[in-house]
Ligand binder design. Structure first.
Ligand code: NAD
Length: 490
């Protein structure tokens, strides 16, 4: 840990002089107003760096830069874009440690997961880079009188607005396909974790990304974020964050008829039947809620267990929760680090009170840990019912709510009885049951007998209040591009 801390301090010294500035048309710049805010360490709440507090004027400048760069970038052949984006992927790999260490300090996420997340960022660039040469391809559709030919064009400069959980990886998941499509980008990262967004644009430009293709404006949602979603020259908004923020963005973008793509909240069930592989199911359910601090949109936050195995299964998970190493995010042994920010910690702790008030049993955790920093204990609530707040609301921490069910019909009803529909996890060895359940579960992504394992060509996204649209494979390109049909007589 001592060695890692020293290295991390070295990495964030990068921001010591100027703080985390905006990045517009290839220049690192302060906010036009000169305003700044602090990003703080969730380990001890000390300020890590000053951050430019961008507003409408900064967004306007960034959009003007993105609009200008679009003229060339959108006409750059896909094979050329591919070459540049592969170089970006390589540069991310070369800087993976710097990115991971910086992100650990800024977010509180454990190094064991962040080192992989940085490399996932590179994988996202590589994957979408490879698709750039064929991004504009279309179909020919003939009838007796016509030959119709379709082609795709990049939609224009786009806005990317991201949350604070695993910010680097998530940003690349949006920015890489946008750039591969030929769009230019204005990125507004989350105010709680701005550091690695700045590293990304610097690394990308050093690797050869032309200036103005990727621009960065830091600041708060209600000013910088709002202006970005309202700007007439921004053609689409890719947003990842809370469902109610998605609603606001939809309203803000209405006047300019913004195309939107939303990846929003979740309250994802993991459904365990008595015929499932219980050992693997317990490991997977624990991993999906207690890794990444539970600050993960696809976390398995509701554990639905068949009543015949409920006691045994929840006891197993409680044991795992009680033995999880909570600690400094840069300690290689740490599994759960501090939550992102005191505001978020207060929210998570409020659910411990709600659980007690509503009569759930606290089988593990349920308390704040330590005197300083945003540490909470990995928590399991048992004897919960689906109408409790802890079963309905997204807590976004290492907090799992376990509910029992008697049969398939009840499992399905409980699973679907929330406003969200992002992911679901199903454990059964009965194939017919798996088919029936997956047909009717309200979720955009369902994993059978597995934790969340991503396959980049597969669609990613949610139903109900969990989102609009899909990322992954060609779905991403469809969002960042317009399909145009040209008809010839025959
Ligand atoms: P948030 O909605 O509070 O903020 C996300 C971003 O939106 C931030 O950059 C914020 O500044 C900006 N923003 C806020 N108000 C805005 C406005 N009016 N106009 C424009 N921008 C605005 O979310 P958060 O708390 O940062 O992140 C946690 C949430 O993200 C959770 O709900 C989580 O489930 C969700 N999430 C979803 C996915 C997914 O793939 N579905 C992935 C990760 C996180």
């Amino acid at each position: 840990l001592t060695d890692n801390l020293a290295r991390a301090q070295g990495y964030i010294a990068h921001f010591a002089d100027t703080g985390v500035q905006n990045h517009i048309a290839g220049q690192s710049v302060p906010a036009v107003s000169g305003a700044t805010f602090n990003t703080i360490s969730p380990v001890d709440l000390t300020p890590l760096a000053k951050v430019a507090k961008g507003g409408a004027e900064d967004i306007d400048r960034a959009v003007a830069a993105a609009k200008e760069a679009f003229k060339t970038w959108s006409k750059t052949p896909g094979v050329e874009r591919r070459k540049i984006l592969i170089k970006v992927a390589e540069a991310i790999e070369a800087n993976a440690e710097r990115i991971a260490f910086t992100e650990c300090l800024d977010t509180g996420q454990a190094l064991r997961f962040m080192s992989k997340a940085a490399l996932r960022g590179a994988a996202n660039f590589r994957f979408f880079a490879d698709k750039a040469p064929s991004a504009e391809d279309g179909l020919s559709l003939r009838n007796a009188n016509q030959m119709n030919v379709t082609a795709r064009r990049p939609i224009g400069p786009v806005g990317v607005i991201t949350p604070w959980n695993t910010p680097f990886m998530l940003s690349t998941w949006k920015i890489a396909p946008a750039l591969a499509s030929g769009c230019t980008v204005v990125h507004k990262p989350a105010e709680f974790s701005p550091m690695t967004a700045k590293l990304l644009v610097e690394i990308a430009e050093e690797a050869g990304l032309p200036k103005g293709v990727l621009n960065l404006v830091n600041g708060f949602g209600e000013d910088a974020g709002k202006r970005l979603t309202e700007h007439p020259d921004i053609k689409a908004i890719a947003f990842v964050g809370e469902s109610r923020t998605g609603s606001m963005i939809m309203k803000q973008g209405a006047d300019t008829l913004k195309r939107v793509h939303f990846e929003l909240g979740g309250k994802n069930p993991v459904i365990v039947f008595e015929d499932g592989d219980l050992e693997r199911a317990a490991d997977a359910a624990s991993f999906m809620i207690y890794s990444l601090n539970g600050e993960r949109c696809t976390s398995s936050s509701r554990l639905l267990v068949q009543d015949s195995i409920y006691e045994e299964f929840t006891a197993r998970v409680a044991k795992v929760a009680a033995n999880i190493k909570v600690g400094h995010p840069l300690d290689p042994e740490t599994v759960v680090g501090p939550l992102i920010h005191p505001e978020h910690e207060t929210k998570v702790l409020s659910y411990f009170d709600a659980a007690r008030a509503e009569g759930a049993t606290i089988a593990a955790g349920g308390e704040k840990l330590g005197e300083t920093g945003c540490y909470v204990a990995p928590t399991l609530f048992t004897n919960a019912t689906n109408d409790m707040t802890i079963a309905q609301e997204e807590i976004f921490g290492p907090v799992l709510t376990a509910i029992s069910f008697s049969d398939e019909a009840e499992a399905l009803a409980l699973a679907n009885d929330v406003q969200y529909g992002l992911a679901a996890y199903l454990w059964t060895n009965d194939l017919n049951r798996a088919m029936r359940m997956t047909d009717d579960l309200d979720a955009g992504m369902i994993w059978v007998n597995s934790e969340n394992v991503r396959h980049l060509p597969a669609p990613f996204g949610g139903v109900k209040a969990s989102g609009i649209g899909r990322d992954g494979g060609d779905w991403s390109f469809d969002f960042y591009m317009e399909t145009v049909n040209v008809s010839f007589p025959r």
